[in-house]
Design a protein around this ligand. Structure first.
Ligand code: KG4
Ligand code: ZN
Length: 346
């Protein structure tokens, strides 16, 4: 099969990223992957500020592109196409990326490829490992949570997803409620290590309902209620209270994700895939307790569990460049009418 070299751009949330990936469908190599985070810019606001994010993307995209090309040891003339996240995401940032990609394509004549950010995450297992269709993906990040069966680069079946918060968002909100730093996931996980997950009762939302849909906002509310109860009784919360709250919350998230994974795995294995695989993507996949719970669910279903390296689980442009390779080889190009889409379900 033909080998191509694609430049990818990503700017849909709070990471400005550019990467060069070379290869073919199902077998590719990352030549460079530059990610410029914006954590420091948003630190004082308790979350990502869209306007600040968009400005920072517009400022940094060209520099990220230059660095990605230099680190890959290629020039624009070595490229076969430019792929860019065209949504879903914060519209100002997505627009900045799409305009940057259009500029490069207008100047060079290279084909332009708009990539769905979620497809980028969902295709990552084929970038890191030789994974055949169909495989199951669980996307768990700060903005997304869904189970997908990937049947082709543009063919995804959604089995279910969150009906409210994404799990990462819930971790971030819990951290805020307990005075822990952002991003909340790593902070809550580290507190939870010192805590007793059984001390406080947390619900296991939606387990009483069939299907693969999930809900996390109730867990955050449950934690808030427990916290206020302790404050009313004792006048404040101790370090141990905080650790126990974190541990209880985290265990509830892990239990729910594992049980819903068992259901998704049952749908998936019914397709009788030759080499069954469930992959995770998204920043929450970094959580050790959640990872172990998912691994156990996979083992129970006789399905291999695949967790790509963390740098490729979180937002990056290598996954966008790789999705671009798949689309380029399938002849799925865009033109200058490509628009940025805040919402774009797979
Ligand atoms: O995929 P990602 O980098 O960005 C998007 O949301 O697209 O994921 C970031 C999210 C944040 O909400 C962060 O709190 C969460 O992933 N996260 C974690 C952990 N590390 C990062 N959540 C739980 N446990 C962790 N160790
Ligand atoms: Zn993402």
């Amino acid at each position: 099969m033909m080998t191509v070299t694609v430049l990818g751009l990503e700017s849909s949330c709070d990471d400005t990223a550019a990467a060069v990936v070379r290869g073919t469908s199902g077998k590719a190599r990352i030549l460079s992957s530059v990610v410029h985070g914006q954590d420091a810019l948003h630190a004082g606001y308790g979350g990502v500020v869209p306007e600040i994010a968009a400005r920072a993307h517009a400022e940094k995209l060209d520099l990220c592109v230059m660095r990605a090309l230099a680190e890959a040891g290629v020039t624009l003339g070595d490229l076969d196409a430019v792929a860019v996240t065209a949504g879903p995401g914060l519209i100002g940032g997505v627009l900045a990326g799409v305009m940057c990609a259009k500029g490069i394509c207008a100047a060079t004549g290279l084909p332009l490829i708009g990539v769905n950010h979620l497809a980028g995450h969902a295709l990552t297992p084929r970038l890191t490992d030789e994974v055949a269709w169909p495989y199951l993906v669980l996307l768990v990040s700060g903005g997304h949570c869904q189970f997908l069966i990937a049947r082709g680069h543009d063919d995804f079946t959604r089995l279910g997803g969150t009906i409210d918060d994404a799990p990462g968002e819930a971790f971030d909100k819990v951290a805020r409620l307990l005075g822990l730093p952002q991003p909340g996931g790593p902070a809550v996980e580290s507190e939870a290590r010192k805590g007793d997950p059984a001390r406080f009762a947390f619900p296991r939302p939606l387990l009483d309902r069939p299907g693969c849909d999930l809900s996390f906002s109730g867990l955050k509310t449950a934690l808030l209620r427990q916290r206020d109860l302790i404050v009313r009784e004792k006048g404040g919360i101790t370090r141990q209270d905080r650790a126990d709250l974190c541990a209880g919350f985290q265990q509830a998230v892990a239990d729910v994700l594992a049980e819903k994974s068992r259901r998704a795995l049952a749908h998936y294995t019914a397709l009788a895939p030759a080499a069954p695989i469930m992959a995770v993507a998204g920043g929450v996949a970094a959580n050790g307790v959640i990872r172990a719970a998912l691994k156990e669910a996979c083992a129970g279903a006789g399905v291999e569990f695949l967790a790509p390296p963390l740098a490729l689980c979180t937002d990056n442009a290598a996954m966008i460049a790789y999705a671009g390779i798949e689309r380029h080889l399938a002849g799925a190009h865009d033109d200058m009418t490509l628009s940025a889409r805040p919402r774009w379900p797979l």
